[in-house]
Each structure stands twice: as structure tokens, then as C-alpha cells.
Design a protein around this ligand. Structure first.
Ligand code: ADP
Ligand code: MG
Length: 238
């Protein structure tokens, strides 16, 4: 059974490598793992939006991505699908600790992201948690060391990184900054810089924003790989 799984993983990796980034219109046409295919089907997602069409294939190939597209254009799936695939392809398991971190500017947006993650990730076996403050920090801390995926607001995530023994970010594969423009507008620049300091340099970073501003470009310069990052804007109707 184990051998079969490894064969499937190798085949998926090959499909990702061979995939022409511009070619998919439907989720069915993307090189995705079976659990993600199931999650998307059960959530009734069939056709890619413009930003998803452009960002997902590149992110699946391991590129850093700065994606700009207006509110309502489907940015959440544009990063959550690559997140699930990244951990799946790395055969992430409970004992591997934190594999992916999603930073969102507000509690409400973090909760929305987490709900979408739960829906499309339901056939995966990763553990995921929400860290947004307003809950007992000790209760959050006890759970945090067992999580594979963390969605949270900047201040609270950094608080845990600074305080929690057992919150090991040393294996992290993927960092996602959602609504980067709002993160900056809300004055979280220093907090995000400090979070990035806690993370391994060798990782994939996806940064999404509704607008392209100079400060977003500055943040991208600090957090994305300067050699491989792809800059995408999809401002046509999604
Ligand atoms: P953004 O983050 O860009 O503001 P969201 O990711 O919140 O956008 O998506 C906006 C809405 O579009 C949500 O209700 C979401 O379920 C829906 N949506 C996203 N992608 C698709 C898709 N491929 N097909 C149909 N609906 C989608
Ligand atoms: Mg969004």
C-alpha cells in the first residue's frame, strides 16, 4: 500500500512538472491530489477564476507568487489549493509539525479562510488551527504544537512564536500573506517582518493583495524569493 502511495506521488509530481501553466480552465484539468479533487467537488467548485488560473499552476510548480486581484476574485482558493498540495506532496504528517502558515489582517478574514480550508481540505488528514486572539492564549498554545496548518492574525501568531516552547516553525514549507495591502495599512509591517525572521529561508511564499502599492512591493521584496518570484495581476473580470 505504501509502495502504491509513493507511485501515485511520483506520478503527481510528474504531472505537475509537465503541466502547461496557461492551459487549465477547470479544476479537473489541474494536476491535483485525490483528496483535493474530492474537496473541490464536494464544495461545488468547477471553473477557475482568472487569478486562480494564473496563480495556482505557478504555485503548484513551487514558485513564489505575488498575486494582485480585486476583492471577490477568488484569491482564497488561489493559495489554499497550493497549500494543500505542497503538504501532500511533501507527505506531511502529524509529527512533522507546522508545514504552512497563513497570515490574515483581521480575525473575520482569518475565520473565513479557515472555513474554506476546512471545506476543501476535508479529505486530507492534516491538522489545522485558527489563532486569532480573543481566546485563552494557553488553550491555543496547547494545541498549536500539534498543528500542520495555522491560520492567524499577525499579532497573535508572533505572540505564540515568541512565547511558545514547542511551537516549532523550523520545518515550515509555505508562508501565505493574504490581503498584504491591508496588513500594511493596519500597521503590521514590523510584526510580519518579525514573523518571517522565525521561518526557514528555504520555503515557498505566496503573497496576495487586492491592490498593488509600493509598500506591497516592498513587503514582497522582503518575503519572496528574488530569483523565482512571479508577479501576477488579474484585474480583468474574474
Ligand atoms: P477574494 O479573497 O479575492 O476577495 P474569495 O476567495 O473570498 O475572494 O472568493 C469570493 C467568492 O467567490 C467566495 O464566495 C468564493 O466561494 C467564490 N469563489 C471563489 N472561487 C470560485 C470558483 N472557482 N468558482 C466559483 N466560485 C468561486
Ligand atoms: Mg480574500
Amino acid at each position: 500500500r505504501r509502495e502504491r502511495e509513493l507511485e501515485d506521488l511520483k506520478e503527481l509530481a510528474q504531472r505537475v512538472q509537465d503541466f502547461d501553466p496557461e492551459s487549465a480552465t477547470l479544476f479537473d484539468e489541474l494536476p491535483l491530489s485525490q483528496p483535493t479533487v474530492v474537496g473541490l467537488k464536494q464544495s461545488h467548485f468547477t471553473t477557475l477564476t482568472s487569478i486562480q488560473k494564473r496563480a495556482i499552476p505557478l504555485a503548484l510548480k513551487g514558485k513564489d507568487v505575488l498575486g494582485a486581484a480585486k476583492t471577490g476574485s477568488g484569491k482564497t482558493l488561489a493559495f489554499l489549493i497550493p497549500l494543500l498540495e505542497c503538504l501532500y506532496c511533501n507527505q506531511w504528517a502529524q509529527f512533522d509539525g507546522l508545514g504552512a502558515l497563513v497570515i490574515s489582517p483581521t480575525r473575520e478574514l482569518a475565520i473565513q479562510i479557515f472555513d474554506v480550508l476546512r471545506k476543501i481540505g476535508r479529505a486530507h488528514s492534516f491538522s489545522a488551527g485558527l489563532v486569532i486572539g480573543g481566546k485563552d492564549v494557553q488553550v491555543e498554545r496547547d494545541r498549536i504544537s500539534r498543528l500542520n496548518i495555522l491560520v492567524g492574525t499577525p499579532g497573535r501568531v508572533l505572540q505564540h512564536m515568541d512565547q511558545a516552547a514547542g511551537f516549532d516553525t523550523g520545518n515550515l514549507k509555505m508562508l501565505i500573506l493574504d490581503e498584504a495591502d491591508r496588513i500594511l495599512d493596519m500597521g503590521f509591517k514590523k510584526t510580519v517582518d518579525a514573523i518571517v525572521q522565525h521561518l526557514p529561508k528555504e520555503r515557498q511564499t505566496l503573497l496576495f493583495s487586492a491592490t498593488q502599492t509600493k509598500s506591497v512591493a516592498d513587503l514582497a521584496r522582503l518575503s519572496l524569493s528574488s530569483t523565482t518570484a512571479e508577479y501576477i495581476s488579474a484585474h480583468e473580470k474574474a
